[in-house]
Ligand binder design. Structure first.
Ligand code: MG
Length: 505
C-alpha cells in the first residue's frame, strides 16, 4: 500500500498505536481463556478495562478526530480511500455513541457475563432477565446513535458484517428454512438413517496423548506454521491474533469423543490460516486481519466441513486414525466414519448441531434478536418464544432455559447481530468451494491429504487481501456474483443424499 497523503500518514501513525494496544488486550484475553488461575479474574478484569479505556481515549483524541473529519477524500488514491473507509467503520462506534453510553455498556456487559454464567448453571432465567433487558435497551440506544434506514437491527448487523441488513437475512433465511426442513425430514425418515452407527454403539477411549498427535498431524497437513502460532486448550475453542506472526488457536480434548478435537482444531486452524495469509505489508494498518466475521467463518467452515468431514478426507485420514487409535478403529469402514462425523440429529444445543440443522438454530436467534431490538418481543417472553421456535423448526423442546435461551454467551457480552454471520459463513464456504473446483482437482487433493494447494488458492484469492476489500467485493471477485444460498443447499443435498442413500431430495 502506498500512502502519500500527509494527513492519512498521521492517522496511520496513531492507528498503529491503537492496533498494538488491541494486540496487548488480545494477549490478556488469550491468557484468561487458557492458563490464567481462577483467582486472577478480578485483577484481569481491571487490566482489560484499563487497556480498553486507553483505546477509547485514543480513538477520541481530538487531533485524530479532526484529522479524520477534515481529510479531503476527493484527492485520495483507491488504496487511501479504502483505508479511510475502514477508519470510518472503526470510528463509527466511538464517534457516534456518547462515551457515557459506551462506558455504561461496558460496565453492564462485564457484570452480565458472570450473572449469565451463574444463571445458566442454575437454570435461572429470571436472574439474567434484568441484565438482558438493560442490554437490549442499550443496544436500541446504540442503534439510534449509529443510524439506520428503517430497521434498528440493521445498525447492529453492520457492526459485525459490513452492509448486512435484516432484509437480506430474511431473504436468505426464507430460502434456506423450507429446504433444510425438507432435507431433514428426508434424512430422518430414510432407511439408512435408522441403521445403527457402529461408533455410537460402543464407547471408546481416545487418550489425550494420541489426540495431541492427531491435532499436530492435522495442523501440519493444513500447513499451519507452529513457528507463528500455538495450539492450546480451552473450554470453548477460539482463534486470536496477538500479532501478525502470532496467531493462536485452541481446541478441546474429550477422551470419549474424538470428534471434538478433530473438528475444532481444523475449524480454528481455518480461522488462523486466514489471519496468517494477510499481506505482511498490511501489518498494523486498517487492512490487517480478516475483513468480516462471515468471511472469517467461511474459512473455518470450509476446512472443517468441506475438507474435514468429506468422504475424500476420510479415505486419507482413516489409516492415520487407525494407527493412533487401533482398538477404536479396528474394522471400521470409511462409510462408518463419514456417517459418524456427519451424523444428523435435531438437538437443543447450537454448538453441538450438525451441518443440516445448524442454520435453523441461527434463524431462530435472528428472529428473536430482531424482534427484541424492534420492540415486538419483550425480554420476559424470550423463553417461551425460544421454546416455541425450537419445537417448530427442530421438533425438540428444551426442558430448561439452560438448554434453551440461556445456552449461548453472546447476549451476555452484548453481541446482538452476531449470529447471522455464522450462517453466512457456511453459505460463503459452499460458494467458494464451487469456484475452487474450477481451478483445482479439489476432491483428489483432499483424498491425498495434499492440502497445501488448497490453502494457497484461499490465500491468493481471499487471505492476502486482509481487509482491503469489503466482503461484497471479495465474494464478487472470487465467484462473479453476490451471496447465493443455492450453493449451500446443493452441497448439503448432494452430501447427505450420498451418506443416507436418499432417493429424492
Ligand atoms: Mg468460528
Amino acid at each position: 500500500m502506498n500512502i502519500v497523503n500527509k494527513n492519512l500518514q498521521q492517522i496511520l501513525e496513531k492507528y498503529k498505536e491503537i492496533s498494538t494496544l488491541v494486540e496487548v488486550s488480545a494477549i490478556l484475553h488469550w491468557d484468561q481463556n487458557t492458563y490464567m488461575p481462577p483467582m486472577a479474574a478480578e485483577n484481569r478484569a481491571r487490566q482489560t478495562t484499563v487497556i480498553e479505556e486507553i483505546v477509547t481515549n485514543k480513538w477520541n483524541d481530538p487531533t485524530l478526530k479532526s484529522l479524520i473529519e477534515n481529510i479531503d477524500e476527493s484527492s485520495l488514491s483507491e488504496d487511501e480511500k479504502a483505508v479511510m473507509r475502514n477508519i470510518r467503520r472503526a470510528t463509527k462506534y466511538y464517534f457516534n455513541v456518547p462515551k457515557k453510553t459506551i462506558l455504561k455498556f461496558a460496565e453492564t456487559t462485564t457484570k452480565s457475563f458472570s450473572v449469565w454464567h451463574e444463571a445458566r448453571a442454575k437454570n435461572n432465567f429470571k436472574a439474567f432477565r434484568p441484565y438482558l433487558s438493560e442490554i437490549v435497551s442499550l443496544k436500541k440506544e446504540i442503534a439510534g446513535y449509529l443510524g439506520y434506514d428503517t430497521n434498528p437491527y440493521d445498525a447492529l448487523l453492520d457492526l459485525y458484517e459490513p452492509g448486512l441488513t435484516s432484509a437480506e437475512c430474511e431473504n436468505v433465511f426464507g430460502y434456506l428454512q423450507p429446504r433444510i426442513t425438507a432435507l431433514l425430514k428426508n434424512i430422518v425418515s430414510s432407511k439408512e438413517y435408522k441403521k445403527p452407527v457402529s461408533f455410537m454403539q460402543k464407547s471408546h477411549r481416545y487418550d489425550e496423548t494420541h489426540q495431541r498427535e492427531l491435532t499436530t498431524f492435522l495442523l501440519n497437513r493444513m500447513t499451519y506454521p507452529i513457528t507463528e502460532g500455538r495450539l492450546d486448550v480451552s473450554p470453548h475453542p477460539f482463534t486470536t491474533t496477538l500479532g501478525a506472526h502470532d496467531i493462536r488457536i485452541t481446541t478441546k480434548y474429550h477422551e470419549d469423543d474424538l470428534r471434538s478435537a478433530f473438528a475444532s482444531t481444523i475449524h480454528e486452524a481455518g480461522h488462523g490460516l486466514y489471519e496468517l495469509g494477510v499481506d505482511a505489508a498490511y501489518d498494523h494498518t486498517p487492512f490487517a486481519g480478516g475483513v468480516s466475521l462471515a468471511i472469517h467463518e467461511s474459512q473455518s467452515r470450509f476446512w472443517e466441513n468441506q475438507v474435514g468431514r468429506s468422504r475424500e478426507f476420510a479415505t486419507f485420514i482413516m489409516p492415520v486414525l487407525e494407527s493412533m487409535f487401533p482398538s477404536a478403529f479396528a474394522g471400521v469402514t470409511v462409510d462408518e466414519w463419514v456417517k459418524y462425523v456427519n451424523y444428523v440429529k435435531p438437538g437443543l444445543i447450537r454448538i453441538e448441531a450438525d451441518e443440516v440443522t445448524y442454520n435453523l438454530h441461527i434463524i431462530l436467534r435472528f428472529e428473536i434478536e430482531s424482534a427484541l431490538i424492534n420492540g415486538s418481543l419483550d425480554v420476559k417472553d424470550v423463553p417461551e418464544a425460544w421454546n416455541q421456535k425450537m419445537n417448530s423448526y427442530l421438533g425438540v423442546s428444551p426442558k430448561t432455559d439452560a438448554e434453551g435461551c440461556l445456552q449461548d454467551v453472546h447476549w451476555s457480552y452484548g453481541d446482538m447481530g452476531y449470529f447471522p454471520t455464522y450462517c453466512l459463513g457456511t453459505l460463503f464456504a459452499s460458494q467458494f468451494t464451487e469456484h475452487m473446483k474450477k481451478d483445482l482437482t479439489l476432491n483428489d487433493r483432499i483424498a491425498k491429504g495434499d492440502l497445501a494447494p488448497i490453502r494457497e488458492w484461499l490465500r491468493k484469492k481471499i487471505h492476502v487481501h486482509g481487509s482491503r476489500y469489503m466482503p461484497e467485493e471479495i465474494i464478487h471477485t472470487v465467484t462473479g456474483e453476490s451471496l447465493n444460498p443455492k450453493y449451500f443447499i446443493k452441497y448439503l443435498e448432494d452430501k447427505y443424499r450420498a451418506i443416507y442413500s436418499l432417493e429424492k431430495v
